[in-house]
Design a protein around this ligand. Structure first.
Ligand SMILES: [Fe+2]
Ligand SMILES: [Fe+2]
Length: 187
C-alpha cells in the first residue's frame, strides 16, 4: 500500500470532473441552456477537493518528503508541479470571476470557457506527469514506514481542510454530474 494510491484515486475523481466541465463548456459554446448551479458546484469542487485538499496533501506532505530524499525542487519535477498548481489557482480565480459576471447578467461566458479549457488541459497533463513520473519516484524512494506515515497525515489534512464526510458529499455530486453530462444517452 503506497500513500500515493490515495492521490491516484483522487486523480480519477478530478479527471471525471474535468470531463464534466468540458461538456458544460461545449454546451456554453453551442448556446445550449446551462445549469449555472452545476458550474458553481464544479468550481467549489475544484477549489476545495482538488486544490485545498489534494494539492495540499502534495504540497505540504508528499513534496517535502520527496525533497528530503533528494528529489530536486527548484528546476526539478517538484518545482514544475508547484508552478502548475499556482497556474491552476489563477485559472480557477478567473473562472469564478467570469461566472459571477455571467450570473449578474454581464457576459462572462467567453472568459469562463477560455479559462476552463486552459485549466482542463493544464490539469490533465499535470496528472499524467504525477502518475507517470513523480508518484513512481515516491513509490521507489520512500520506505513502507514513510508511506504509512504519509497516509495518516493525508487523513488529517482531509479532516482539517474539508471536514469529515465532505469527500463523500463530493463523490455523490460527481455521480450526479456524471449522469447529467457523461451518460451515453445524453444528446
Ligand atoms: Fe499536483
Ligand atoms: Fe495530484
Amino acid at each position: 500500500m503506497y500513500a500515493t494510491d490515495q492521490l491516484r484515486d483522487e486523480h480519477e475523481s478530478i479527471q471525471v470532473v474535468l470531463s464534466v466541465l468540458e461538456r458544460l463548456c461545449e454546451d456554453l459554446q453551442n448556446k445550449r441552456p446551462v445549469n449555472f448551479e452545476h458550474a458553481a458546484g464544479i468550481l467549489d469542487f475544484l477549489r476545495t477537493f482538488a486544490d485545498r485538499c489534494h494539492h495540499g496533501k502534495e504540497e505540504d506532505l508528499l513534496f517535502p518528503t520527496l525533497a528530503a530524499r533528494g528529489v530536486p525542487v527548484k528546476n526539478g519535477p517538484i518545482g514544475v508541479m508547484l508552478s502548475e498548481h499556482a497556474q491552476g489557482r489563477a485559472y480557477i480565480r478567473a473562472m469564478g470571476e467570469a461566472l459571477k459576471r455571467e450570473r449578474a447578467g454581464e457576459n462572462g461566458t467567453r472568459d469562463f470557457v477560455a479559462n476552463a479549457l486552459g485549466y482542463i488541459s493544464l490539469l490533465r497533463a499535470h496528472i499524467i506527469k504525477e502518475n507517470q513520473v513523480l508518484f513512481p519516484m515516491a513509490e521507489r524512494r520512500l520506505t513502507a514506514a514513510e508511506h504509512s506515515h504519509l497516509a495518516i497525515e493525508f487523513e488529517r489534512i482531509e479532516k482539517e481542510r474539508v471536514g469529515a464526510g465532505v469527500h463523500e458529499k463530493y463523490h455523490a455530486l460527481i455521480n450526479d454530474w456524471q449522469d447529467a453530462y457523461l451518460s451515453v444517452t445524453r444528446a
